[in-house]
Structures are given as structure tokens and as C-alpha cells.
Design a binder for this molecule. Sequence first.
Ligand SMILES: [Zn+2]
Length: 144
Amino acid sequence: MTTKRSLPLDTVYRHAERLYPEECCGFIHADGHVHQGVNIQGQLHQREPELYSRTAENGYTLSIADTVALNKSFASPNPAHIIYHSHPDVGAYFSREDKHRALYMGEPIYPVQHLVIDVRSGRAQGAKLFAWDGHDFICLDEFA
Ligand SMILES: [Zn+2]
């Protein structure tokens, strides 16, 4: 179980601020190491706007290399525990899109919690941690 003390919030807050106004994304390993991902949502949108209607300002997709690293982590002694992404100027909530992307056939794709960072005007304001309770994603914790 992840605790407040072990969450490297400073690192993910800086990531969110650096990528603003685009969403940042990445994951946090069990030991607290932060894997800062590359958000390729903008590239996907540029290539196929009909298929990928969201841009990097309101969506995220981890790069292929990040996705491979994430998947590999689950077979390692230091697996990813949390996937994170930022919400520029809309608040930290688990959106319908976030839920849709975290589930496959109604079950979580990865055994992780999800951290959503609230970044406004380029400044990280806080974050919320969400977890699957067997039926829905619930907010486990809120950070300033
Ligand atoms: Zn989101």
C-alpha cells in the first residue's frame, strides 16, 4: 500500500509544470522511482485526428517505449505501483476518459493506482490518488 510519505510528489509536480499546457504522464515504481513518460497524444492527433480527437492538452498516451517499460516492470522486483498524468486547468478528477483507458472489458488493465495532478496556469496545485474498488475508481487520497 502506497503511503503519502513514499509518494515523490515534487518530481511529478515538476513534470506536470514543465509539460504545461500539455498533459504529462508516467509511472511510479514501488521504490518511489519516477519514470517520466513521453506523451505522444499530440502526434497521434496530428496523424489521425478522426481516430484520436484529443490533443496533448486534454489527453495522454504513453509512448511505445514507456508502455513496454511499464509492462516489463510488473515482472520485475520493482513494479510500477502508480500511473500518473496531469490535468491542465480542469482540476484533478478521474474522468470518463481516464476510466475508459484504465479498463479493459470492465477490469483494470494494470494492477496500479492512478494519480491525477491538478496543474493551473503552469503551477501544480495538488493531486488525487484513485484506486479500483472492484466496481469503480474511488479517490483514496488527496494531496496539496
Ligand atoms: Zn485524465
